[in-house]
Design a protein around this ligand. Structure first.
Ligand SMILES: [Zn+2]
Ligand SMILES: [Zn+2]
Length: 219
């Protein structure tokens, strides 16, 4: 049973259409997938509108939970709050923010701005997140991502250590851009364990937190 709240279709830099991405996730045994393409103010509305159609279609015919979302990416930190609010208003179920990964010039302050917004659900690949930032994630119930994606994953161990120390909720996502990036059964557990998450936390990270998020998106 795999959950994945961070993937990309060709509405940004993924290679598959939303419906093919969802189809392949369904066949790979996914229980839920969010399609969260890179957006800025320019394309928030359009992407959510288009992706929502395929999510509805997939849910109707295949029974997989398919959620339209966005990944707010390289947006000025000061504008993240308003963009997150707009995304929810346009119908995004899942709002992911492209955090301060060590491999891209994300504006410093992005992690903090994301964690201060009540419209953000997941802070993706937050790089060298600070303890103070992780504490804000706890208070505002924002999930911190442990990523399966190469490059961004360099700081998984740091994110896990800082997050677990303050009781932040961690979640594993694939950040898929192509079909081979989708997680096979058991792979999310390897990513979690590779990040140093102790065995006793695995069920929370791999099952309980995704189920909590699904409940939030149904509300
Ligand atoms: Zn990202
Ligand atoms: Zn991404």
């Amino acid at each position: 049973m795999t959950f994945d709240f961070h993937t990309h279709s060709f509405f940004s830099d993924g290679v598959l259409s939303p419906i093919e991405l969802i189809r392949r996730a369904h066949v790979a045994g996914y229980r839920a997938i969010a399609v969260t393409d890179h957006v800025g103010l320019a394309n928030i509305e359009q992407v959510i509108r288009e992706v929502s159609r395929d999510c509805l279609l997939a849910e109707k015919h295949w029974g997989i939970k398919a959620l339209p979302g966005v990944e707010l990416t390289h947006i000025p930190a000061a504008a993240i709050g308003e963009c997150a609010k707009l995304a929810k208003k346009c119908g995004a179920k899942v709002v992911v923010v492209h955090g301060e990964t060590p491999v891209e010039p994300v504006e410093p302050g992005t992690n903090r701005a994301a964690l201060m917004s009540s419209y953000v659900d997941i802070l993706a690949h937050p790089g060298f997140i600070t303890t103070e930032e992780a504490q804000i994630a706890v208070v505002n119930q924002i999930y911190l991502e442990i990523t399966a994606r190469g490059g961004h994953s360099l700081t998984n161990g740091h994110v896990a250590k800082v997050g677990l120390a303050v009781g932040a909720k961690l979640i594993v996502n694939s950040d898929s851009h192509s079909p081979d990036n989708l997680m096979k059964a058991g792979f999310a557990a390897k990513v979690a364990q590779g990040a140093g998450i102790p065995v006793e936390f695995l069920e929370s990270v791999l099952v309980n937190h995704p189920l909590e998020l699904l409940k939030r998106f149904e509300a």
